[in-house]
Design a protein around this ligand. Structure first.
Ligand code: PSV
Ligand code: MN
Ligand code: MN
Length: 388
């Protein structure tokens, strides 16, 4: 696509979903550095997400994590989201922070523990019903630390059984998004370690089950864009969890560590129909901001995804196809690099201006005084954090 008005239209319609937990305190296992003004409850997390949407114009959806965002009244939470111009996005299940899940959740050897885990997943579907969320996002920390600890294939059987029960419970417009992760917290054999395992389970379950690609969940050197192209071709790419990594699951701002990788991913998304609304790819962030201010960090992440998308859309498709047909390796690579090396910030500034927004959302937010306001207003009470 190189028609500028079509590129602008695509950028205006892209939706980037932000994570409630990205606004809360977070840290490493060594230390959480608390920040002033951090939300004290899910309602305040929504208010922070609304700031990101106000300044970027493309972030009207917020992912929730249960139980971190458990509330008495989901209708009230949904109403608050609507008042703020937001919608509830994916409901993320959490079967990794309970003592009972030490040896696994849905793959645990004890059927009573598996029952407890599946009941939590079903509770998440109830919350989808109450909030209008279209996506149930499943990530399992399940796995083993030592060879011989449990039966690898048997754990796959238990996983399949649990997924099938939850899949049956989904409504017609609800999807199940299955996320994989190479390792951590399990260090020998993770039960859903890679896209192939996630894909095989989703294929068996049916059309409402799709794979989530978290960009921090692969071995170093993995060609993530190949996975993206493959899953899109099979109609099985449900969502991204965008974040950056230098080492493992670092959860840094999307586009910060390797903007070229993000561009290559967005190129495969764009050429394989992933930006079409009917393909229904959910572009989510899954990040934690341990040392940087949270709302501006999410704004920066959103604009980084937009920049990668804009560059991908600027690729001269006919020049690329001609170079590929004639086997001109250098020309083909040159077409891609020309797009990657384009400064798209002026184009995105124009897009924002046409949407009635400030040209630079990051600067506009910092000048708004919101950061100082929340720091002085949100005193007392328990600050929400990753895991609370
Ligand atoms: C696991 O590492 C993960 O990527 C899953 O998406 C979790 O729900 C999320 O992180 C929690 O931050
Ligand atoms: Mn994730
Ligand atoms: Mn992760």
């Amino acid at each position: 696509m190189s028609d500028v008005s079509a590129v602008k239209a695509a950028l205006k319609s892209q939706v980037i979903e932000t994570p409630s937990w990205g606004y809360g305190n977070s840290g490493t296992r060594f230390k959480v550095f608390a920040q002033p003004g951090v939300p004290r409850d899910p309602f305040e997390k929504l208010a922070d997400a609304a700031q990101v949407n106000t300044y970027t114009g493309v972030a009207p959806k917020v992912s929730l994590h249960i139980p971190w965002d458990r509330v008495e009244d989901y209708t009230a939470l949904t109403r608050r989201a609507e008042e703020l111009g937001l919608r509830i996005g994916a409901i993320n299940s959490n079967v990794f922070q309970d003592d009972d899940f030490k040896l696994g959740s849905v793959t645990h050897p004890d059927p009573k523990v598996r029952r407890k885990a599946v009941d939590h997943l079903l509770e998440c579907v109830d919350i989808m019903d109450a909030t209008g969320s279209p996506d149930l996002k499943l990530w399992f920390s399940d796995g083993t630390n030592y060879p011989g600890q449990d039966d690898i294939a048997g754990r796959q059987d238990r996983l399949a059984e649990a997924l099938a029960e939850v899949y049956e419970r989904l409504g017609d417009d609800q999807r199940m998004l299955l996320e994989y992760k190479l390792f951590e917290p399990a260090f020998y054999a993770t039960d859903v370690p890679d896209w192939g395992t996630a894909y095989a389970h989703c294929l068996k379950l049916g059309p409402k089950a799709k794979v989530v690609v978290d960009t921090g969940h692969h071995a170093p050197g993995t060609n993530i864009e190949f996975i993206v192209a493959f899953l899109l071709r099979e109609g099985k790419l449900g969502a991204f969890d965008f974040n950056s990594r230098f080492y493992a699951d670092d959860d840094l701002m999307a586009g910060a560590a390797d903007p070229f990788q993000l561009f290559r991913i967005m190129h495969e998304v764009a050429v394989n129909g992933g930006l079409e609304p009917e393909t229904d790819v959910n572009f989510m962030l899954d990040q934690c901001h341990n040392i940087e201010a949270k709302i501006p960090a999410v704004i920066r992440s959103v604009t980084n995804v937009q920049e990668a998308t804009a560059k991908a859309l600027l690729i001269d498709a006919s020049a690329l196809a001609a170079a590929q047909r004639s086997g001109d390796v250098l020309a083909a690579n040159g077409v891609l690099m020309d797009a990657f090396n384009t400064d798209v910030r002026p184009l995105l500034a124009e897009v924002r201006e046409e949407l009635g927004l400030a040209r630079d959302p990051f600067a506009a937010y910092l000048a708004s005084g919101n950061q100082e306001r929340i720091a002085s207003e949100r005193v007392g009470g328990e600050q929400a954090g990753w895991g609370a």
